[in-house]
Design a binder for this molecule. Sequence first.
Ligand code: IVH
Length: 696
Amino acid sequence: MNSDLNKKFNRAIELRKLLNEASHAYYVLDAPSIEDSVYDQLYRELVNLENRYPELITADSPTQRVGDKLSSNFPKKTHRVPLQSLDNAFNFQEVSEWNARSLKILNQGESKEDILTSIELICELKIDGNAIALSYENGLLVRACSRGDGIQGEDITSNVKTINSIPLSLRMENPPKWIEIRGEAFIPHRTFEGINKKRRMALESEFANSRNACAGTLRQLDPQVVASRKLDFFAYTIHLPEELDEIKYNLAKPKTQIEALQYLKNIGFKINPYNQVFLGLKDLKEFLNEWEIKRHDLPYSTDGLVIKVNKFNLQKRLGFTQKAPRWAIALKHPAAEAPSKLLGLTFQVGRTGVVTPVAEFEPIMLAGTSVSRATLHNANRLLSLDLHSDDTIIIRKAGEIIPEVVRVLPGLRNQYAKCLSLPINCPICNSTLISENDEAATRCINTNCPAILQGALRHWVNKGAMNIEGLGSKLIEQLVEKKLINSIADLYELDINLLEKLDRMGAKSAKKIIQELEISKGKPWHKQLYGLGIPHIGERNAQTIAMQFTNSSILKDVACKSPEVIQEINGIGEEISDSLKTWFSSEANQKLIRDLKRVGLTLEATQEEKLKKDQISDNSTKLLFGKIFVLTGTLPSLSRSKAKELIENSGGSISSSISTNTSFLVAGEKAGSKLKKAKTLGIKIIDQNELLKLLT
Ligand code: IVH
C-alpha cells in the first residue's frame, strides 16, 4: 500500500471506530457522545473515502448499516410500512444535483413531448425531534412506535398517548380499516429549558439538546413523567390502504404531498404551517435562504429543510434506494460546529505581551464561511482541551462569528501523538515567558520584544486613538524589523527619506504619513491616554479618567500615590486603578511619557477640554457633591420627596440603605432599624435642622 492510501486506510479505521461508538452511545446508552452535525460530517468523510477507495469498505462500517440499532427497553413491533430515512444535502448545489438526478430518472425513455423540464417540489421544515409511526385502526390509535431501525420500532404507545396534539381517534366519519401516520415528536424550546432547569435543581445531568430530551422522554418507563414533559407533534406523512373507497370515506385521497398535509389537518393532526410548493429551483432557493434566518425565531428546533417531489405518481416512479426515498432530500442547516484536523499551534504575542495560542487546522466550512484557525485564548484553555498533535478537533463559531475549538475527539487520536503546550520562550524574542499564578495569561515581559512593540504601535495609530491613516500593520512590521523605531515616540522622529524608501511606499505616501503624525500631536488627551495601550483602559475608561485627571503627571501621581481616588470615579474599579499604578510605576513607561512629550505630544487636556470638564462636573462644586444620604423616620416639616429634592439640588445623592459608604443618616421620628445600623457602623446621624444647615 502506498503511504497516501495507508493514511486513508488508517483514517477510515479511526472514523469507523468513532462513528460506531457514537451510534452505540446514542442509540443504546441514550447518552450521545458527539453532536449530530459532527456525526454527519464525519460520516460524510467516511462515505467520501469509501467512494474513492472501495477497498476500504468493511462489513462493520456504519455506512453499510440500514437504519440504526435498537435498545431493548420496549417491545419491538414491525412497521406496517417501513420508516425510511432521508439523504442529506449540505448546500444548494447538492439540492440542484438531486433535482437533476430526479429529472434524469423521470425522463428516461420518455418521448420528446413528455420530457419534464422541472418538477413540482414541496419544501417543509425539518423538525428536529424524533420520528413516530402512528397506527390507527378503524379510526382509533392502536399503536405508536419509534423509528427504530426503520423496519422494527419500539412500541411506545402509552407514552405517545400523553402527547395532546396526537388525536386518539381520527376526525373521520367512516374511518378506513387502517391508516398509518408519520410525523415528528418534539419539545419546544421553552419546555426544554424548563426540563433542564428541573434536572439542574435535582442535580441530574442536563439534556444536550431538545431532540435528546425528546428521545429520552419517549423511552421513559413512566408515562406520568412523559406527560409532565409536554411533548408536541407535527404530522407529515400519511399511508392509506390502496383500495380506499373515497366515496365511502368522504375524503378525496391525496395525490400530492400538499394535499396530504391538508388531509392530515382535516382528520385532526397538527401540521407545520411553513410549507410551500415550487415549480423548479429558483424560488425554492429564496425560500431556503429565508429559512436559514427565520428558523432562529421559531419556538422549536429545526435542523434543516426537507424538499420532496410533490406529486405522488412521480414519487412512485422515483422510488427508493436501500436507505432513503429518491423523491426527497434533506437540506441540513449549515453546521455551526464541524470537525477538522489540527495542523499545529502558532503563538501570537499581543501588545501587552500576552501569548495567545492559535490552533491552525485543515480548512472547513462553518456557517457558510471557510475557517482554518481559531484562538485558544490562553494556557488554561489549552490545558483543559488536552490538545495533541494531529488531533481531530471540533470547531464552533461562537456567536456565529469567532471560531473556537470546542473539544477534541480523543477516540481519533494516534497513540504516538504528542501533548501540546505553550512554549517556554517567547516565540518572537526568545526571552523566558512568565505566567503569574492568579492569571490565566502567559506573558513576554521583555519591553523590547518586537511583537509587543508592533502591537503597541498598531494600537497607537488605530482609529480610536491617533487614527493615522496609511500606517498599517505591514509598514509597522518593516519599521520594527529594520530597527528604524524602538518606541511609539520614535514614530515622530521618522526621517521622511527613509520612510519613502520602504516597501510599497513612495514620496507621496511618506509625506502623508508624516503630516498625519504631525496632526496627531493635537489629538484630545483621552485619545492619547487610550493610545498608550494601558491594560483595561479602553476608549470609554480613557474618556472618564481623562476627564477627571487632566494630564499625565496628575494621573501618574494619583495612580501611584492615592489609587483610591481613581476608584471613587463612577464605573472605575480596583482592577483599573491597579493597572494604572503598575503602568505608571514602570521606568520604561515613564521614559515613554518623557519621550512623547519631547517629540511634541501634550499628554494633557486642551483649554477647551478643561472648560468642558468644568461644565460637566459643575455638580462637584456644589456643597454636597459626593455625599450619600439615607433618610429614615418622619421629619418634622419636610416630606421625604422634598428632602430628597433639596439634597439632590445641592449635589448629594440618596440611597435607600445604610452601608459604610453612607455619609449621613437623616433621622426623624420613629426611626427604626436604619438608625440602629447607622449607630453600629458609626455613620454620622443628623436631624432635620442639621440637614438644613448643611444645605445653606
Ligand atoms: S419526510 C421517507 N418530512 O427527518 C422519509 N421527515 O433525517 C420521510 N423529519 O426520519 C421523512 N421533519 O424523522 C420528513 N417535514 C419532514 C420532516 C422529517 C423532520 C425527520 C424524520 C426523518 C428524518 C430524516
